[in-house]
Design a protein around this ligand. Sequence first.
Ligand code: SF4
Ligand code: SF4
Length: 381
Amino acid sequence: MKLRRLGKTELQVSEIGFGGEWLERHPEEDSIDLIHYASAQGINILDCWMPDPKSRDIIGKGIKDNRRQWYIQGHIGSTWKDEQYFRTRDMKYVRPAFEDLLRRLQTDYIDLGMIHYVDSEKEWEQMQHSDYLGYVTELKNSGVIRHIGMSSHNPKVARKAAESGYVEMILFSINPAFDMLPASENTDTMFAETFNAGLKGTDPDRAKLYRICEENDVGITVMKGFAGGRLFDEKHSPFGVRLSPVQCIHYALTRPAVSAIMCGYDTKEQVDQAVAYETASNDEKDYASVLSNAPFHSYRGECTYCGHCKPCAAQLDIAMINKFYDLATMQPEVPATVRSHYEALEHTASECIGCHACESRCPFGVPIAERMQKTTELFGR
Ligand code: SF4
Ligand code: SF4
């Protein structure tokens, strides 16, 4: 299992993670066994947003024997009221729910203390001087949570978090369908039976979020990487074609700043399907040809960082160079971090010999040689 650095937290997390939301659907022993199985496959990061006692007890028992090998995303503000999930900032509920999380997980610390689910800009602003944030800060200062994270589906809110200085990582919803959607405070728009996003390529707010996370060293873990399963079915996919789990995972893991994708599992076979990413061939990972041949798509001319154009005659990592170019040109001046990452590349765009051989392999018709020239002008090498 490949490990990736989760931004400024410096944690080395497995690129395939564990989203725990389905654990309560099964007998306790089976779910505990599933956690042990995932750990044996090298998965070391687990998201627990669920406030229900059953899920929390299962996770506690599942990680008990090797707690220190796990990185837990534990949510603050996801509470349990009248036998139901209840999202709140009211300290009357927040504090007992977090204490319950620690107790049921049989631990005295949470690696990533998540500000739970902020999709509204107004709520983000209100939270800044609240008892709730005071509590999160107190948990961090006392070492009960090791890092502060936040979960969101709205790129505008997630961006504010990435710029805040105190949010160290973000759990964000990413897949090729959502990436086209404009920012919204209503997640229903993302899961609508049909959505009319106009299919205009990557939404600028989302691209900006990736850029700011990369620049501020705020790592991203991914939720909803399969768009709730609709990408697996050509009838529900907005592209009119199905993608495989491995292709969706590859898409998520090739976005800037992304460290891990949290997949939900019902069975060991599903763990195997996700972990199969680690040994998958380039053809199996290739979401690009599937999307570019789909009846509906709008990524024409846009680099999706798929790597399909390899190999380059001059050994350039074209996808990576394009990623740095995009990150740099989204703002008036090239940020120092992007420049230093670009300069650390073994081969830079100026080495392009303009052979155009790569262009026939790009499913999205990116004028690569021209972009290499522009990149050389931008970075001076
Ligand atoms: S055009 Fe440039 S980037 Fe493309 S294969 Fe040739 S040398 Fe590589
Ligand atoms: S230039 Fe085309 S083939 Fe190469 S990484 Fe970008 S989208 Fe993929």
